[in-house]
Design a protein around this ligand. Sequence first.
Ligand SMILES: Cc1ncc(C[n+]2csc(CCOP(=O)(O)OP(=O)(O)O)c2C)c(N)n1
Ligand SMILES: [Mg+2]
Length: 318
Amino acid sequence: MTVTKEKMKELFYKMLQTRHFEEKAARLFTEGKVHGTAHFCIGEEATGIGVCSALEKEDYVAQTHRGHNQAIGKGMDINRMMAEFLGKATGYCKGKGGCMHIADSSVGSLGANGIVGGGIPIAVGAALKQKMRKEKNITVGFFGDGATNEGSFHESLNLASVWKLPVLFVCTNNTYGMSTHISRSMNITDISIRAKSYGIKGLALDGNDVLLIYNETLNAKEHILKNGPMFMVLNTYRIMGHSKSDANVYRTRDEIEAWKEKCPIRRFRTYLLGQGTFTEKELDEMDRQAALDIEKAYQFAEESPEPSLASALEDVYA
Ligand SMILES: Cc1ncc(C[n+]2csc(CCOP(=O)(O)OP(=O)(O)O)c2C)c(N)n1
Ligand SMILES: [Mg+2]
């Protein structure tokens, strides 16, 4: 499939924005500007960006707790994301939810989710609506390798298969669920074989190859609209700790360094240079501009007001 130069730029640029967003967020923690926790997807940018860049606005996405790439890929506003990260009134949840709870129906984002496997049944419900209304769109449910051991994963794949719902289940296999290596939580190495139990197509891909993921998502959408659900596994690695409080004692430095060498952004940059799609200068400029976007988002967030005390009981259940 031929991918336009414009789309190539989008893929590269959004991965860069994601990387700069998270590096900035990590610095804000060390500067004491934010508290609490965050889950970074550094090293996994190609997954959310590759999949979401192949979707239309009318396709839905249910994100995870590690979903900055999924949110930026789906077109969410980085200013409001940063403001939410800083707990400001202009944030997606008016400063009350944090990055694990951002949603934006205007771009088809059903929301991030702090419950492991929690977004999978939500994706099935959205796909049921799309099928009932005969829409020509699909829903993507993102989740991690750990979530595929949860009941919600199995129940969701089963129901979606029986009802032939237009849903793409995407597992970002980043090799760990917190401190547990996948080899200690499941007796298989290829997670995509789980699709077979539910009579749907399974596919395992190199999760660091953004162009492959983009193309395969386009193919998947076509398959899903004709045949029903599909399960895609993107094999990658979590470079950062699980969250802010992770001393990385369960894995070796060598292992982390080896995966850093497979950086999806550097890899795509090398590809674009090799193909002559962009010059070194043009790629450097995109990097500079993406970093500037994030700096501006931070300025926006910094200058935004704190939520007022009077708003404490608004938009909450109790
Ligand atoms: C239902 C549920 N169980 C446990 C947790 C605690 N928890 C948060 S993230 C996580 C690991 C999830 O691993 P995986 O699905 O592989 O996603 P990753 O964090 O690697 O992206 C766990 C156990 C939770 N948030 N929700
Ligand atoms: Mg994982």
